[in-house]
Each structure stands twice: as structure tokens, then as C-alpha cells.
Write a protein that binds this ligand. Sequence first.
Ligand code: ATP
Ligand code: MG
Length: 559
Amino acid sequence: MSTDSSTDEKTKVSHFIRNIVIADLSSGKHQSIKTRFPPEPNGYLHIGHAKAICLNFELAREFSGLTNLRFDDTNPAKEEEVYARAIEADIRWLGYQWDELCHASDYFERFYDYAVELITAGKAYVEELSADEMREYRGTLTEAGRPSPWRERPQEESLDLFARMRTGEFPDGAYVLRAKIDMASPNIKMRDPAIYRIRNIPHQRTGDAWHIYPMYDFAHCISDAIEGITHSLCTLEFEDHRPLYDWVLDNISIAAHPQQIEFARLNLDYTVMSKRRLKLLVDEGLVDGWDDPRMPTLAAMRRRGYPPQAIRNFAELIGVTKSESIIPLGVLENEVRNELNQTAPRAMGVLDPLKIVLLNFPEGETEWLEAARHPQDESMGKRKVPITREIYIERGDFMEEPVRKYFRLKPGGEVRLRNAFIIKFVELMKDENGEIVEIRCELDPQTRSGMPESNRRVKGTIHWVSAEHGVAAEVRLYDRLFNVENPLADKQRDFQEFINPDCLSKAQAIVEPSVFAGGENFQFERVGYFCFDSKDSTADKPVLNRTVSLRDSWAKRGQ
Ligand code: ATP
Ligand code: MG
């Protein structure tokens, strides 16, 4: 159910969940499928969520099914409406539109009724052991649990207490409702799990109506069943919750029984991916908000200039399996690069400007050169690039004492100015500190476009920007947020200690005016892909984010 059909034409890579869907449709188990994406609105979505979103929406799209967005809003202590709105925006940005927008909180009354059903059937009871005592009774992996003294409490008594828990008669923690399953089960999740707890706090959507809230394992399966979800896809850590998912649905009067299927979560290196930890980075001011372009959130990736298509391609590329792995961040960046290489118009920008004076170019004049917006895609047309007597080149594109095989500008040397002509070094000017402030060159008019030597070859081509027409802009260069592959590996230290001190650097660049003509992303030739920062950039003070470099410098560093 996507608004964008661009991935439709691709041949789908199959995976085990897709095979289950195909089998269920061909056996007639289901006439059509329905999936859901069930975020808890307690933070912003990250790239891990994108994997789950793409999986659910793409499956439904491929098999003409439906996908719900369901807010799993059963823990009011941590949830906020701003997060819910941000989640909706991120899913739309990724290119998906849900069929129904649902909230677990809309089902509170039904959850309650099903809990009453369980109590009435002798399959749930109100517990009054403390949390610590419950833990002690629960046993361990090698030792069976013991039944609570309240396990055989009469049903009428549990019903009465449960009704009073609901209306707020008791403090938090005084009672919980437990499913009565099997205290000796080898699966600890099945040892009479709590299904309701008292929380005397208002809910962002139901206000003061409730003083008890259902636990995930009780609410999730029932929500799936109520909505008629056929395949309930979740990450591997829910594998041992599955017997409980099935138990609840088998023991209440609901006909539907969705199938829970687990897949491996996405892990990326050099970052962390849990809303709780990301929130810590935001709350401690270690990053500039959830959408700080260094964050692994979708909001950050959007702000940084990642095209949503690149994220969808990445999700497709990494596939869906049952084995955990850590994907190098470079794999995602490569998808961003591949996508932008095809779609981003070209321009020139100089990040560390060094002034060049073209001695034989008339003072006060501007010549408008023509250049392709894209080297392969002619449909993008041409752009006008102004050149003047004074231009800027990258400081790194000149060497006074060149190393061997240095093909850019050097004393006595020649170099081609990209989209223009060849220039020849004449002299250099230094200030009192010995720093080069200006290089004087002559252009070779025979190498202008249309002139006999326009194709004359020199070994180096460099980018440049007219000093008069170039626009000053702040550029923000991002690197890995953490300087270790797994910031959580060292249990003795806080992951925040591993933040890469060089993850953000800023420069004052001079950029070609054509970048202000519209379009979201562009490539500064030889430099990288950039976009305007949606938060901080203004017409007077443009701010550019480097989306991704042209090449993977981490691969080169042998990381
Ligand atoms: P976090 O720990 O980051 O808060 P979560 O699983 O608690 O993640 P939810 O809002 O409950 O966050 O997740 C919504 C859906 O996204 C769930 O179905 C969950 O399995 C899936 N999901 C979360 N993280 C990942 C991940 N890294 N890879 C794939 N799917 C994920
Ligand atoms: Mg969670």
C-alpha cells in the first residue's frame, strides 16, 4: 500500500516469510494477507524500524494485501503524542501509506473483557505477592517455579479485585493480574506471566479512564486478532513469547488467530539502535535532537539528505533471515551514494577556498559557461556556471612542492578547470606568515569550449567557483557517531563515552549559485553529496549537510 511504485518493477528477492505468505495464499489458509507495523510511541523511528516497515508494507503491496499502522500505546509513562506524529511523518516519508491507523488503547475495553473471560474460566488470577516475591517464586532456567499462594484464589474474588484495580482503588504494585498457565514450564514466559498491572497515571489518549494497563504479551496478540492481521512479524527476541501469544488467543473467545513470525533485527555498526539509548543522547545534549543528522533515526536521515528510495533499496538488499548479524554502516551509505549518483544534479563547491587570479581574464566581466546538470541524464538539462577573473579552488588542489605524480595545480604546471578551460601557473603570493593567499594563473583561450584545443588533455581536472558569484555557505561534514564498531560491547563503560569527537566538523564553503535554483540533493563534483539543512539553513545564511562522501573513506582506512 505504497504511494510510490518505483520498487514494483524490481524482481523480489524471496525470503522465508515471503515463502510462508505464498504458501498460505496458495493453500487457501488466507484469501488475502494483512500485516501491521506496531511501534510504541516512545521515541523516533530508527533505521531498524525501517527494516520492519519495508518488510510489512512491501509484503502487503506485493500480494495486494493491507497494512495497518498500530500504535502500541499501552505504557502511558513513556509515550507521547509528539512521537506518534513523528512516526507517522517518517513512515509517509519512507513512501508508505497505511490502510488503517489503529491504537492499542482503542481496545482497552475489549482487553479488559477478555481478561474477565480468563478469570471467569479459572485461567487468570489476581496476585498480591510483591514483584520481588514473584521473581523468587518464578524459579530459574534450571529450576521449576512454585505456585503463588494466590494462585487458587476464588474467581469471584479475583473478579472483584480486578474491577477495583481498574477504578483506581489500589496503589501501583499492590496487585497484578496473572495468567494461570504452568509454573513448571521450561519457558519462563509461560510461568503465570503478568497480563495487567496497576498504573495510576493518565493515558495520553484515554485520560483518567484507566488505572490498569495490559502488558505487551496480552495486548499485542489480541490487537492483531481484532484487526484481522494474518502475519504478525516481529524480531527474534519475541520467539519465546510466541507460546504465550498463542495461549492467550487459544483461551479467549476470539476467532482469529494470526501467526507470529520472527526475523532477525537489523544491527548496524558504529551506532546504537534503541529508542531508549537514542533518547539518552538527546536528553543529555550529546546530539542536537532526534533529527541530528548523525543519529540513526529516519528523521535524521531525511534531514541529512538520504533519499527514501536508498533506504528501501537497503532494506531489500539486506534481506530477511533468522540469523543475527551486524551490517556495516558503509552498506547503507553505498545505497545512498548509488541512488544520489543517479538522481542528484551536479554543481561545484569549494570547501577550503584558495584564491586564483586569472591574469588574462578581463576585470569586472562575467562569462557564463554551460555545463550539464548530470553527466549521464541529459533530461536534467544544462546549467549556467559563471566564471570571473577571480575564482576559488580547493586549497588541497595546489601543492607548492608537489609530491610525485601530483597532477593538480603546481608551480609551472597546468590544470583543467572543470567545465571551463585549462589554466597555467604564473606566480604565487604569500602573506607575512608565509601562507599562500593567492595564485596567479593564465587561462589558455585555445582550450575553451568550441576552440581547436578544447579537448587538449592535461592530467588533472579540478573544481572551482567564481569569487564574485559564488555564495558563502556553512557546510557540515558528518562522520560515524561512535568511534568503535559496537559502542555497547564494553559493559564496564557507558556507551556515550565512545562518541566520536570528530563526528561533526564545519567549514565555510563557497558554492556555485545554481544550487539555489531548487532540487533537494546535489553533488559537489569531486567533493560529495549535499543538501540544504532543513532546520538551520536560511536564504541569508545557507547551511549545507554533507549527505555522504563520494567514496567510502572507512573502507580505505581498513575498518
Ligand atoms: P527499540 O528498542 O528501538 O525501542 P522496539 O522494538 O522497542 O525498538 P517498537 O516501537 O516496539 O520498538 O518496534 C516496532 C516494530 O519495529 C517492532 O515490530 C519491532 O520488532 C521492530 N523493530 C524494532 N527494532 C528493529 C530492528 N533493529 N530491526 C528490525 N525491526 C525492528
Ligand atoms: Mg520498545
